[in-house]
Design a protein around this ligand. Structure first.
Ligand SMILES: O=c1ccn([C@@H]2O[C@H](COP(=O)(O)OP(=O)(O)O[C@H]3O[C@H](CO)[C@@H](O)[C@H](O)[C@H]3O)[C@@H](O)[C@H]2O)c(=O)[nH]1
Ligand SMILES: O=C(O)[C@H](O)COP(=O)(O)O
Length: 325
């Protein structure tokens, strides 16, 4: 491990317990508008879990006594189930991806809805969390907000946690362990200290988010880490231990496509313009043997939000500063 990473782990890795709620609330009051917080839950067919997550955040972080979160938005990514209804009934503002920036038809994928969420939220700090989490705890949100509210030098905070898979207590995160961690260690060793580089729970200052390109699919987390390192440096990145995370596990083939997308995101960053065929072939057993299916690996990226005129008008920002394009 690099010496810089050892030092980073000592300086920038915390537990959610390190910053109790009353300290966060005091810091938020003191920060004024810079401490405004939006929580965004991307959701594609999550009717089973999104309601409980919304209720927990509203009950524990959005009350008169604990006004830590200012707005809670579920961005529906094209669900065919009752995700929107359930989320709205639980008290979230629900926005469908197609209603945001309608001049650009939405592309499929999680990164796409996170990108669009910047146009429908106002917080100077935006916290994202997956909406398929079970046994959700509000510390998943308050924990990652802590360093941003209390330390102006921190710009991005990722949650870290144990990830049970089936009966095994610590073996979840198959794409993390087989693809993302090796890629990061070999190509961006400064990021080797992140325990959960792909985790969907992270909080980021808007001033950073709006300067980042967003891969439209599952490449968003790796892309965001790599580009943030480039834009703000390792010391502006941090991680917080929030306990244990339970979520819906995708099957091996879906994870294969996710892995290919993440590899592609890395590849684009390693050699912009390098010509490859971004497809992955997978196999299913049929009566005639193994049948190949070819899936495209999405390579589209949305440009930094600061380059979108509608966003600049909304925010009253005249020009784009340094961005990752
Ligand atoms: O097109 C999509 C796909 C997913 N989601 C939502 O995004 C979240 C995470 O998706 P999920 O399929 O549960 O991802 P995981 O298999 O858990 O993948 C992990 O790794 C991914 C790649 O880094 C991250 O995006 C995830 O947040 C992280 O949990 C969930 O709320 C989904 O409903 C969308 O909104 N739109
Ligand atoms: O982050 C990951 O590696 C993927 O979400 C897969 O996680 P799982 O192996 O716990 O399902």
């Amino acid at each position: 491990m690099l010496e810089e990473v050892k030092r980073w782990l000592e300086r920038r890795s915390w537990s959610a317990d390190d910053r109790p709620l009353d300290r966060l609330l005091a810091a938020k009051r003191q920060a004024g508008p810079a401490g405004s917080v939006s929580v965004v839950l991307p959701a594609l067919n999550e009717e089973a879990t999104v309601g409980a997550i919304v209720e927990t955040i509203r009950r524990e972080l959005m009350t008169e006594a604990v006004p830590l979160v200012d707005e809670l938005v579920v961005v529906d990514s094209g669900s065919s189930d009752r995700t929107s209804e359930v989320a709205a009934a639980a008290g979230a503002r629900v926005v469908h991806r197609d209603t945001v920036l309608p001049r650009l038809p939405a592309l499929p994928g999680k990164g796409e809805v996170l990108w669009r969420s910047l146009l429908v939220t106002r917080g100077e700090i935006v916290a994202f969390a997956d909406s398929d989490l079970r046994e959700f705890k509000s510390r998943f949100v308050s924990g990652i907000l802590g360093p941003l509210l209390t330390d102006p030098e921190v710009h991005l905070v990722k949650a870290m946690y144990d990830r049970p898979l089936g009966t095994s207590s610590e073996q979840g995160g198959r794409v993390t362990e087989l693809v993302a961690r090796p890629l990061l260690n070999l190509h961006w060793p400064l990021l080797a200290g992140f325990v959960q580089p792909l985790g969907g729970e992270y909080a980021v200052r808007r001033s950073l988010l709006e300067r980042l390109a967003f891969p439209v699919g599952y490449g968003i987390e790796l892309g965001m880490l790599v580009d943030s390192l480039d834009l703000v440096g390792l010391d502006a990145l941090a991680q917080v231990d929030v306990g244990v995370r339970f979520h819906r596990h995708q099957d091996g083939q879906a994870l294969g496509r996710m892995a290919a997308t993440i590899y592609r995101t890395a590849q684009v960053r390693l050699s912009r313009g390098h010509l490859v065929r971004p497809v992955i072939t997978q196999f299913d057993r049929t009566e005639c043997g193994f049948e190949p299916t070819v899936h495209e690996v999405p390579s589209e990226e949305r440009p930094p939000m600061l380059s979108i005129p509608e966003y600049r008008r909304l925010r009253g920002t005249p020009e784009a500063g340094r961005v990752v394009a």
